[in-house]
Design a protein around this ligand. Structure first.
Ligand SMILES: [Fe+2]
Length: 264
């Protein structure tokens, strides 16, 4: 893929996503969030791809995957007014369907198209299939990390805005903002286990689950980025400060420090 091709994909993305904005402020605010998330995910995946020493062609493929990874979010929110997949549609699969029905990737080499479709289709899975190999696996890992880095940024900013002005907060808060958290969710964080989103009952559960994403980063470079941006202490500050939570926060901190100190 050359730069001209990549530029044409960027143009298509702009035109396609613009079609979902209307006179509904709630819809527009949520779509805008995804648009900004996409731009920053592109920056993160390119940074990561460069850090890993990928070729210029692979860096452009990574950039394209960053650009398209959440394309399914736009029709999802327009149709269902939620980003909650279980309550609406799997936005990753929907993304692949959009790319196919619009013929977006037809100009790509077969192999590159496969990288893009695989990465878009699998970026939200709890785990990647073990059969995935080679560059398809590499790109799937890259987008999962870049996506999470930016989601860390978004959740931290959203919790801050919501705390400052709960009445004026326009975006979707999916779980009840009550002081409780679920002991099993906290235990999963302590056990270095990933948590199924269906097991989350409160907003604090969601915050704990988000902390636990550190276990799922594929590249140490991604954890270094999380560390540089101070996302972990910021996220800690939005949780109730009790002994169990502090234990979970210490556990997360230790895990990250150990991985950052490990060679390679
Ligand atoms: Fe996504």
């Amino acid at each position: 893929m050359d730069q001209d091709q990549l530029d044409r994909f960027k143009h298509w993305f702009g035109e396609y996503t613009a079609g979902f904005y209307n006179d509904d402020a709630y819809v527009n605010a949520n779509l805008q969030l995804k648009q900004e998330h996409t731009e920053r995910t592109v920056q993160e995946i390119v940074l990561l791809a460069r850090e890993l020493g990928l070729s210029e062609n692979e860096i452009r493929a990574a950039e394209l995957i960053g650009l398209l990874h959440d394309i399914g979010r736009f029709p999802q929110f327009a149709r269902y007014r939620t980003y909650n997949d279980p309550r609406s549609v799997n936005h990753c699969q929907l993304g692949v369907e959009v790319l196919r029905s619009e013929g977006v990737l037809e100009t790509l080499a077969t192999e590159e198209r496969r990288w893009v479709e695989t990465a878009v289709g699998l970026h939200g899975r709890k785990a990647l299939p073990s059969a995935l190999k080679g560059q398809a696996l590499l790109f799937a890992k890259l987008i999962r990390d870049a996506d999470k880095i930016d989601i860390f940024r978004i959740v931290v900013e959203n919790y801050q805005q919501y705390r400052d002005d709960p009445e004026g907060f326009l975006l979707e808060i999916e779980l009840p903002d009550v002081p409780e958290y679920t002991p099993d969710v906290l235990q999963a964080v302590l056990n270095e286990e990933l948590i199924d989103s269906a097991k989350l009952y409160t907003l604090n559960d969601a915050k704990l689950c988000q902390l636990g994403w550190v276990y799922d980063f594929n590249f140490t470079a991604s954890l270094r980025r999380i560390d540089q941006c101070d996302f972990l202490p910021k996220l800690f500050s939005f949780l109730p400060q009790d002994e169990q939570i502090e234990r979970a926060c210490r556990k997360i901190r230790q895990y990250v420090d150990t991985r950052l100190a490990a060679p390679g």
